[in-house]
Ligand binder design. Structure first.
Ligand SMILES: [Zn+2]
Ligand SMILES: [Zn+2]
Length: 317
């Protein structure tokens, strides 16, 4: 519903407009006519998907502190997803038993070099033939894989560097490397999140990251400043911090449930996230020490947030 503007309020608004500075400093106003904000560049009113969607199997949904089951017996393996049963994003040996029988993907995209996402030996033993990772730490990765190769006797796979914004076509999917807000001990490393596209589906896989970076939102076309009708149709985002842990020291490198909720609200309001009806936003990379049980999450999470769990399969349209 549109709120009615009373004549008094309208007068106040027009006098405000007259007195406003000639060149607004607000970046929202840049490149627009003087005297106010541009109309929000809304995308189409509804999303009609084409294609069969992107199939995701969550192989692991935990943060680095999951080194075994919790007190209630639940277990989250280290974060990893399998796309269309062919492409991995991150993989550790903890998630080996979560691969479907007979499925042995040969391509992996890494988000970053942290040990809870990246284990060269596990990739070699799995039979990975092609590795994509950020160009900022490619030499270090090559050395890691050489070492793992000499330990296992398995040849080094092809290792391909990715620049921020670079798109790769692979197994019917297009993955675009976008910058995360995260840091490893290797201070030159630009860690990555990925936009995954197929037909009309545009799925964001965002871990590890403290919120979404401006560059990622702009490059991915889902920042409200970006003109055009691009929008996300699916979101998987990390919530390392759970209820009661919004003010946590990891805030500079990780997201909380609140971060994801606010991000999704803004994307929805600006029509930069337009899922099919009933589609959930899935949380991953949940820390063992900062979250309750799956049942508590299922009960407490605000719609459309939903906690993924190991073995969950979702088709994003
Ligand atoms: Zn992590
Ligand atoms: Zn990390």
């Amino acid at each position: 519903m549109i709120a009615a503007v009373t004549p008094l309020a309208a007068t106040a608004l027009s006098s405000l407009a007259k007195n406003s500075p000639q060149e607004p400093s607000d970046p929202l106003s840049s490149g627009t006519p003087k005297g106010g904000l541009p109309p929000i560049d809304l995308g189409p009113a509804e999303y009609v998907p084409t294609g069969e969607g992107i199939h995701v199997r969550f192989l692991g949904t935990g943060a680095a502190d999951w080194q075994g089951p919790s007190e209630n017996g639940e277990l989250r393996r280290l974060s990893s997803v399998l796309l269309d049963r062919k492409v991995l994003i991150d993989f550790t040996d903890t998630a080996l038993d979560m691969l479907p029988e007979g499925v042995r993907p040969e391509v992996i995209f890494y988000t970053h070099s942290h040990n809870d996402h990246y284990r060269p030996k596990a990739a070699l033993q799995l039979g990975i033939k092609t590795v994509y990772l950020g160009e900022t730490w490619i030499e270090r990765a090559r050395e890691d894989f050489r070492k793992a190769s000499s330990e296992t006797g398995i040849p080094v796979p092809e290792i391909i560097p990715l620049a921020v914004g670079q798109a790769v076509e692979c197994e019917g999917l297009t993955l675009t490397a976008l910058p995360a807000n995260h840091a490893s001990s290797y201070l030159d490393e630009q860690t990555l999140i990925y936009l995954i596209e197929k037909d009309s589906t545009r799925l964001l896989y965002a871990t590890d990251t403290g919120g979404i970076t401006a560059i990622a939102a702009q490059r991915g076309g889902f920042d409200r400043h970006v003109r055009g009708d691009k929008f996300l149709t699916g979101i998987i985002m990390e919530a390392t911090m759970g209820f009661g842990h919004e003010e946590d020291y990891r805030i500079f490198t990780h997201s909380s449930i609140g971060t994801v909720h606010k991000t999704v609200k803004v994307l929805s309001q600006t029509r930069k996230y337009m899922p099919v009806e009933g589609q959930k936003v899935y949380l991953t990379h949940m820390a063992k020490t900062l979250h309750g049980s799956q049942a508590e999450l299922d009960k407490g999470l605000p719609d459309p947030l939903c906690a993924a769990y190991d073995g969950l399969e979702v088709t994003f349209m």
